[in-house]
Design a protein around this ligand. Structure first.
Ligand SMILES: [Fe+2]
Ligand SMILES: [Fe+2]
Ligand SMILES: [Fe+2]
Length: 457
């Protein structure tokens, strides 16, 4: 009874605050995606994928709630506070990974957490219960983000470096103070705003993917996983290696999708939400591959050459809609008998429980992605046939400079398969099969969908 008689927040005050939380989540979502592709560190790439997804989901929930409060969901695209805009612009523009991580996890996430905690503290639980639920769920995931962020900062930024960033962190604090905190509750009487530092230089999106040292041969296209996988003479067990490799290679999909989402403007919000969900699924698939190799005791960075050629080529050679076309073309091709069901059956037949489990979920996720493609890509075309044809055309236009890369010394296209297979055989306690060991089909002339490439580029 005491709780229910609390004065609480008026609808007007509540909506006002919700719009600011909404803005914060939307800007965080934008920053995570904007910085994901060019971020070399594997763990951060994966975390940015998850955190972008989390922010997109809470943005969606907040939009819905605002629409329930005698307020059409209008004005949600407006900037609620100039100082908040500058605060997030500073972080978006941060020149180093260290500053980016500090800005995101030491400043923005805690500020948002504090705002939600205060909302729960001040609002009337009975009158404003739908918002209360929303705050609780947001806090749950913001707490996870903060925990990860604290560890990330600890392992990436030593104290001397952190000291050198103090003046900039001070700017962030001042901008936040001038905004009165994320919820405007701490608004001081002095309303002067900080000058800012990085926001003053125009921001340009970096669409070239970067990888860390666990990806030592990023142009290597020596091992064609699909040709091996669909070859009936090969047994299921070594095929699980090819599937873990394929999963881990899906790291290039978030890198590519982040560029589509970042460079496609003025779509309905649900477009960004759905595309970001898919992006996170693809990051998850990559981690399934990582876990698969870990399970077999295989040091994948030295044994499996995960390339970045697909995201590199698409991001630098195609327009956003053309990239989406290629993605749609590939994903709708995964659905027939030869696609995802087949991979799952191979996983079952191999008796590797993780392979079967991961393929099961990979398949379900990819079915969802085909639906997302129908909802957002297909709509741009008169009929599905045309949309598929366009995707095929766009993919065929992409140049994979196999020979040029070799001549430039970017890769030797070393066939790493025999060594990986031998290592796995040691783990399994079996002798390598000569025919499997001798496998040496590359991507030079056969594309991942098994289409023969005519050009030698
Ligand atoms: Fe995928
Ligand atoms: Fe997948
Ligand atoms: Fe997918």
């Amino acid at each position: 009874m005491k709780e229910a008689q609390k004065p609480g927040l008026s609808i007007e005050e509540c909506v006002h605050r919700l719009k600011r939380y909404h803005y914060a989540f939307k800007r965080l979502h934008q920053i995570f995606l904007d910085r994901l592709t060019a971020e070399p560190l594997y763990e951060l790439k994966m975390a940015f994928s998850l955190h972008a997804h989390i922010c997109a989901e809470h943005t969606t929930a907040l939009r819905k709630r605002v629409g329930e409060m005698r307020e059409p969901p209008l004005g949600l695209e407006a900037v609620p506070d100039q100082n908040l805009q500058w605060f997030f612009d500073e972080i978006l523009n941060a020149p180093t990974t260290e500053e980016l991580v500090l800005g995101l996890y030491a400043k923005a996430v805690p500020a948002l957490k504090k705002a939600f905690e205060r909302h729960l503290d001040q609002t009337n639980f009975l009158a404003d219960h739908p918002t209360v639920r929303l705050c609780r769920f947001a806090l749950l995931e913001l707490g996870e983000m903060a925990t990860f962020g604290t560890e990330a900062v600890e392992s990436l930024v030593d104290s001397a470096r952190k000291k050198s960033f103090e003046p900039w962190l001070q700017i962030l604090d001042e901008l936040l103070a001038a905004a009165g905190g994320l919820d405007r509750v701490d608004l001081a009487t002095t309303n002067g705003s900080a000058p800012g530092k990085y926001r003053l230089t125009p921001h340009s999106y970096q669409r070239t993917p970067a990888r860390d040292k666990r990806f030592p041969d990023p142009f290597n296209m020596a091992v064609n996983a699909e040709v091996f996988l669909y070859e009936p003479k090969f047994p299921p067990l070594p095929k699980t290696l090819m599937m873990f490799y394929k999963r881990l290679r899906e790291i290039d999909v978030p890198e590519m999708m982040a560029s589509i989402i970042t460079e496609t403007k003025d779509k309905p919000w649900d477009y960004y939400r759905d595309m970001t969900r898919q992006l996170w699924d693809e990051a998850r698939h990559a981690m399934m591959g990582e876990v698969g190799f870990e399970y077999l005791g295989i040091d994948w960075p030295s044994k499996v050459m995960i390339n970045h050629t697909w995201s590199l080529a698409l991001n630098t050679q195609l327009k956003p809609i053309e990239r989406h076309a290629v993605l749609y073309f590939i994903e709708q091709g995964l659905m027939p008998k030869t696609g995802k069901r087949f991979e799952w059956e191979v996983g079952l037949a191999s008796h590797n429980p993780l392979s079967a489990l991961f393929q099961d979920y990979d398949w379900a996720d990819e079915v969802l992605h085909a639906r997302i493609g129908r909802d957002w890509y297909l709509k741009e075309f008169k009929n599905p046939q045309e949309a598929v044809k366009y995707g095929d055309e766009c993919w065929s236009r992409v140049l994979m400079n196999w020979e040029t890369w070799r001549q430039q010394g970017l890769t030797q296209h070393r066939n790493w398969w025999p060594e990986l297979y031998r290592t796995a055989c040691t783990h399994w306690g079996i002798e390598p099969e000569p025919e499997v060991l001798a496998y040496s089909t590359s991507y030079q002339t056969v594309r991942a969908d098994l289409k023969e490439l005519t050009g030698s580029a």
